[in-house]
Structures are given as structure tokens and as C-alpha cells.
Design a protein around this ligand. Structure first.
Ligand code: LLP
Length: 428
């Protein structure tokens, strides 16, 4: 479930370093990534595809966690990169990521963002709306630049997940609906535009998905759609991108499948659905974010206070909260945690973990069993590697934590801790 193990001294360890050493060196709150675990996840996706025999690209969805070092790691692991904003694109380019392996998403890419991506000669634009279809082509034409595109479509599949992170249903802000005929119309327009090379279609049904049926249903719909395009327009498109969304374990209630199972189900479905239509097997692209980084991340906090309300609840407050992990407040997301400095002690106390923001909703974990907690203890919250730092904020002018990568007993800072001076840097 976690990136953390106990060493021979009974201390908790991440990537061969004790959490005591880490907090002594870098302070708290601290986000610690087990680098090897990130690499293993990336490799599992690629290996499962190699096994399938299909052509593929695994693009890391950088929104889950991005910094220059993470981009370099993605490059080293032969991943492509999914970016959704000028800022993510800029970070990727600053880190020297090969532009040809960058895919640009977003339901409202600005003209400046599109030009930036055209100038960088990125690998593919995932076009999301009729306006973008025109705007991007006008810009490409002005520059006399041929661009690769995928059309983002919504297959009308409802994934079993939180409403806020479900994206494949008809009523969605993203993409062209297949059932409404918009996808057909967008495809006809795109295929007539000389500066577009239409590679295929993209669909992302949602995030933190545990069942396979949503992916399988989507693939059937997408394959039938492409078959329709072949019949109507006499064109075979070579790429099917089915997005990300593979579930991870936050608490023991979560039972994700092994990565290889997701990929086998997807590639089997592709072989079956496209095979039935007699359609040449497409190259399959995916965009995992959470499943590459979530479980590799652990956040270490110091306990600063404790409030016991007899017969009601014990609040244990830590030195971070919704500023470094918004997910509990935003989605009611659940996490598991232990006392990092006393991991083997018996858990006899039922507590709730509060953040330090001036807001009652700033609770990280409700009802957690821990050993009796004292001032100065270190709390380790597991599986915080995805959508934690990337959604971090400065509410209450709390600086963002430092982020370190740990591997083979050695640690390195990949994002510095924000300082108070950083907080006023843009103030006038
Ligand atoms: N591709 C597209 C087009 C996406 O919209 C997303 C996520 C992904 C790939 C990556 O999905 P993943 O493999 O990470 O599930 N902030 C939310 C998650 C929002 C996901 C948005 N899109 C959370 O903390 O749960």
C-alpha cells in the first residue's frame, strides 16, 4: 500500500532512508517520493504493452505531479508527456523533454498557448472544441506548419468514480459527443483541413477507476466510431488514445488491479473490437497520472497540538493540511497514516487529523487509530503522490512544502520549500 517499510531499527523508511533522517534534513511538512517506485510503475505500463504486441505510447499525465525532475524521470523511462496548460508545457520544455513526445490537452487552450506549442513543434494536439478546431488550423496555416491532432470525444460511458472526476459521459465540458453527432461533424471538418494530420481519437472516461468495464465499453464505442469514419470518409486512423484513470490504493478499502490487468483488458478489448470490425489494429496511447505517482508519495508532518473532547473526538493537528493536500476537503478523499517515529507501537487511540488552516473543513483524516500521540511526533500520510503537490496552494499564506526524491538510501530536493519571501514576491 505504501512506499514505506520498517528498517532493522524499527524506523520507517522510504527508499532506504529513515523518515527521521528526512525530517531532520529537510523539515516538515515534507513530500517524499520513492523514486524507484515511480520508475517501476512506469515500466509496468510499458512492459504490459510490449506483452500485448500492440504499438503504443504511455504518456505521463503531468497534472498529477510535475516538476523538472519528474519530467526528466519520465523521459528516462521512455514515457511521453500529457500537458494541459502553457505552464505544464513550459515546465516540460525547460526540463528538456523531447517536444515530439508532448501531447497537449485542454478544453480552453488560449491562442498564446497554441502558438507556444506550435513553436515548440510538439507531437500532438488533442483538439477539444469546434472553436479550437478552427483556431489551431488558422494558426497552423499562417505558419505553414503541418500539425498532428487527435479529436477528443466523449463515448457516453459513465465511469464508477467521483462525479468531479468523471469525464466520459455525454454531459461533460470536454470533447465532442459521439451520441450527439458532434464527433462526426468535428471529424468531417478536421479531415478537410489541409494543415491537419488527423491521427485518431482520444477519450478519457474518468479517474480513480477500479473496474474494467468502463474502459471496455468505451473501446467498443470508439472502435465503432472509427469504423463509421472509415465507411463515411474512406480513411483509416492509426491512433486510439484511451486516457488515464487507473485506480490506486489510498486506504485498505481500495482494491486496484495490477497495472498489467488494466492494460491486458484494454489491449484485449482493442484486438476484439477492432478485429470484429476488420479495422487495422491501432496504436494504443494511454495517459496515466495518478497510477504512476500516487503510491510513491508520502507526506511527513509534525504534530503540533492535540485537543481532546471527552466522549466526542480527539483532534490531532499537524503543520500542513488542505494547502498541501486539498483532496480530503475537495472530494472527501480518504487516506491512511501512521506515526513515523513510533511505527511499531500499538494503536490504542482513535484520533482525527486536522490541518492548520483557519477552516473547519481542513481535516486530512477522520477516525484513525494511532499510538497515543504526543507533541513533536511525525505523522506519515501515505499515497499522497498524485494531485497533492500539484493542487497545493497558499491559503492562509502557508508556504508549499519541499519535495524530495529518495532512492537507494540517498535523497535529493526536487522542489525547494517555499519561503515567506516567495509568498510576497509578486505583491506590489
Ligand atoms: N488524461 C486526461 C485527459 C485527464 O483529464 C486526466 C485526469 C488524466 C489523463 C490522468 O488521469 P489519472 O490517471 O491521473 O487518473 N484532481 C483529481 C483528479 C483529476 C483528474 C483530471 N484528469 C483528484 O485529485 O482525484
Amino acid at each position: 500500500m505504501t512506499a514505506m517499510e520498517t528498517n532493522v531499527h524499527g524506523q520507517l523508511e522510504i527508499g532506504g532512508m529513515s523518515t527521521d533522517e528526512l525530517t531532520a534534513a529537510y523539515g516538515t511538512p515534507l513530500m517524499v517520493y520513492d523514486e524507484e517506485m515511480i520508475r517501476e510503475k512506469a515500466r509496468s505500463f510499458r512492459e504490459a504493452f510490449i506483452e500485448s504486441g500492440l504499438e503504443f505510447q504511455v504518456a505521463y499525465a503531468s497534472k498529477a505531479f510535475m516538476c523538472k525532475e519528474m519530467v526528466r524521470l519520465a523521459e528516462e523511462e521512455n514515457l511521453s508527456l500529457d500537458v494541459v496548460s502553457g505552464g505544464e508545457l513550459y515546465t516540460a520544455l525547460q526540463a528538456g523533454f523531447p517536444a515530439g513526445r508532448i501531447h497537449f490537452h485542454g478544453n480552453n487552450k488560449s491562442e498564446e498557448e497554441l502558438v507556444m506549442a506550435l513553436e515548440a513543434e510538439i507531437g500532438c494536439f488533442v483538439v477539444d472544441s469546434f472553436l479550437e478546431l478552427e483556431l489551431l488550423h488558422d494558426l497552423a496555416k499562417e505558419r505553414e506548419q503541418q500539425v498532428n491532432i487527435l479529436l477528443r470525444v466523449t463515448p457516453g460511458v459513465e465511469a464508477h468514480t467521483h462525479d468531479y472526476i468523471m469525464t466520459g459521459q455525454d454531459d461533460s465540458k470536454f470533447g465532442f459527443g459521439i451520441s450527439t453527432g458532434q464527433a462526426d461533424r468535428a471529424m468531417q471538418i478536421a479531415l478537410c483541413k489541409p494543415y491537419y494530420t488527423v491521427l485518431g481519437i482520444h477519450s478519457h472516461i474518468g479517474s480513480q477507476i477500479f473496474e474494467l468495464d468502463g474502459f471496455q465499453q468505451a473501446i467498443t464505442v470508439l472502435s465503432d466510431f472509427l469504423q463509421g469514419v472509415r465507411i463515411e470518409c474512406d480513411v483509416v486512423l492509426p491512433v486510439l488514445n484511451i486516457g488515464g484513470g487507473f485506480g490506486v490504493r489510498y486506504t485498505e478499502e481500495d482494491k486496484p488491479l495490477p497495472i498489467s490487468d488494466y492494460i491486458k483488458a484494454i489491449t484485449d478489448s482493442v484486438k476484439e473490437s477492432f478485429g470484429e470490425n476488420g479495422y487495422p489494429l491501432p496504436e494504443v496511447w494511454i495517459e496515466p497520472g495518478r497510477s504512476i505517482v500516487a503510491e510513491a508519495g508520502t507526506t511527513l508532518y509534525k504534530v503540533g497540538s492535540k485537543k481532546i473532547i471527552p466522549d466526542v473526538r480527539t483532534y490531532v493537528s499537524v503543520d500542513g493540511g488542505m494547502t498541501d493536500n486539498l483532496r480530503p476537503a475537495l472530494y472527501g478523499a480518504k487516506y491512511h497514516a501512521v506515526l513515523a517515529n513510533r511505527p511499531n507501537e500499538e494503536c490504542t487511540e482513535l484520533v482525527s487529523i486536522a490541518g492548520k488552516c483557519c477552516e473547519s473543513g481542513d481535516m486530512l483524516i477522520w477516525d484513525l487509530m494511532l499510538p497515543p500521540v504526543n507533541f513533536g511526533d511525525t505523522l506519515a500520510v501515505f499515497s499522497t503522490g498524485a494531485y497533492g503537490y500539484s493542487m497545493a496552494n497558499n491559503y492562509n499564506r502557508i508556504p508549499r512544502p519541499a519535495v524530495v526524491f529518495v532512492k537507494d538510501g540517498e535523497s535529493r530536493v526536487v522542489i525547494e520549500r517555499e519561503s515567506y519571501a516567495d509568498l510576497v514576491r509578486l505583491d506590489r
